[in-house]
Write a protein that binds this ligand. Structure first.
Ligand code: TA6
Length: 324
């Protein structure tokens, strides 16, 4: 027999969807999604050291190449992962403000600050988490940069670097702000991504057909990419300037199958680099020496000219990498 006044069933709060786990241990930030995909960022240079991503329901696999001799104690730029290049790519002539900085500038060897996490926009705006992504924010300012290097390029700047991990994709974006009151500064910026590949002899870069490029291996001669796909058959070090700029999508193909889809925002150039065998012998922290067979750098950047940032202005650029 039913009891009178039986209490109604308690309204159960719908369980929150599983969230990403983020940890800061020492100088490393790690984030793991409920799907098992993960990213690890070293505070030196806000360098993404590892991205384990999954595609087609497979298990997460490492997608970035990191040298076995990479120096990770902050004393040197990391050989591998995604170094952040700012305010100069390469080195610059004596009459340029960045001329005293080391190759690739000061950001990748400075200690950045972890500013915290947020769920990716899709979560924040949706009632139920439509994607279980996570955003990790890192900051570097002229006052927190390496003081030796800061003195070599005395401009007041701020960098905000955002690493967004979603199932099957990684986005890294950078905002450069000029905090000077009355001085503009010129800069270059690039995301020096070391992609992991199975066999470089089976790898091509699609999307650069017809693009002009500066060939560092041939005295920086300016050439045109005749073939639709770039084959890597030896030391390759080229700054490509696609006609469509940042709107040109790029694909890293291996064995004829698309592996990584790269889209760029406001980073109109793309550097393609593989040191090949001989060159790795002269790169002390490149190991194993035949590791060139398993890596290819495709580096979105704004490097073929200088961006001029007026006081108080900001520049934003990003790369979005999808596993295909
Ligand atoms: O991005 C290609 C490149 O400029 C190459 O010329 C080579 O120098 C590579 O970067 C690595 O530079 P790093 O200073 O990290 O040894």
């Amino acid at each position: 027999m039913d009891r009178r006044n039986k209490p109604s069933a308690l309204a159960a709060t719908p369980a929150a969807p599983p969230q990403a786990r983020v940890d800061l241990v020492g100088d490393r930030v790690t984030a793991v999604l409920p799907t098992g995909e993960s990213v690890e960022v070293l505070l030196t240079g806000a360098t993404v050291l590892s991205w384990k991503g999954a595609v087609g329901g497979g298990a997460p696999e490492e997608r970035l190449w990191l040298s076995e001799s990479a120096v990770l104690d902050g004393s040197k730029a990391v050989r591998g992962g995604i170094p952040v290049v700012f305010p100069v790519f390469g080195q610059s002539p004596a009459d340029v403000a960045t001329s005293k900085l080391p190759q690739h500038g000061l950001a990748r060897t400075s200690r950045w600050e972890f500013l915290g996490r947020s769920t990716s926009e899709a979560d924040a705006s949706s009632k139920t988490a439509t994607s279980n992504g996570v955003q990790l924010d890192f900051g570097l300012t002229s006052s927190s940069a390496d003081p030796k290097l800061k003195s070599l390029w005395p401009f007041d700047f701020a960098l905000l670097y955002r690493v967004t991990l979603e199932p099957g994709s990684l986005v890294t974006s950078i905002v450069v702000t000029n905090n000077e009151t009355d001085k503009a500064f010129d800069f270059q910026v690039l995301l020096h991504t070391y992609f992991r590949v199975g066999d470089i002899t089976q790898v091509q870069v699609d999307g650069l057909g017809g693009a002009s490029y500066s060939d560092k291996v041939d005295g920086f001669k300016v050439k045109t990419q005749a073939e639709g796909k770039v084959d890597i058959t030896g030391e390759t070090d080229r700054v490509y300037k696609p006609e469509a700029g940042a709107a040109q999508a790029l694909t890293i193909v291996e064995g004829g199958r698309p592996k990584y889809g790269i889209t760029r925002d406001n980073l109109s150039d793309a550097v393609v680099w593989n040191p090949w065998g001989d060159k790795t012998k002269s790169i002390g922290d490149f190991a194993p020496k035949d590791g060139y067979k398993n890596m290819l750098c495709v580096e979105p950047g704004s490097v073929s000219s200088w961006q001029t940032l007026e006081p108080g202005d900001a520049f934003e650029g990003a790369q979005s990498i999808k596993l295909l």
